[in-house]
Design a protein. Structure first.
Length: 143
């Protein structure tokens, strides 16, 4: 298979994933409740309020009403965000896409992603521990 064919195949796969993710995102509706379930809000994947249900006797809530609405919409936003994270996973979990996203992020922010460091060996941990205690014994423990 030629490089061009491989690139075309890869792009087609990623486009298909993106289309599925876009369709899934359009269907997301996050729901949140407050006031013992008497107030509930619905938001879309972007967190825009799409529906708000209030009790008939809303006046009894008085000054608490605004806080209860915010509580319901915040819960709905969290629900939608959780659904969106799951819906985008096929795309964002693809290493080819993740590499591209990281490259764009580096370009925009101007800072490269920190290099992954390998875990310390037991010997390195012990040496660091010894150095810490030596320094503390030399300079004093109460500073």
């Amino acid at each position: 298979m030629s490089d061009s064919t491989e690139i075309d195949t890869t792009l087609a796969e990623i486009r298909a994933k993106a289309d599925r993710v876009r369709a899934a995102m359009a269907k997301i509706r996050g729901v949140g409740r407050a006031g013992n379930g008497t107030i509930f809000a619905t938001v879309d994947a972007a967190g825009r309020l799409r529906d708000l249900h209030l009790p008939r006797d809303v006046s009894r809530l008085g000054p608490r009403l605004a806080d209860l609405i915010l509580e319901a919409t915040t819960a709905a936003e969290r629900d939608a965000a959780k659904q969106a994270a799951a819906a985008t996973q096929p795309l964002t979990g693809d290493p080819r896409v993740r590499t591209g996203i990281e490259a764009v992020r580096e370009t925009i922010t101007g800072t490269p992603r920190p290099a992954k460091t390998k875990p310390m060996t037991e010997q390195e941990i012990q040496a660091a521990d010894d150095a810490y205690f030596e320094r503390m014994n030399r300079t004093g423990w109460r500073q």
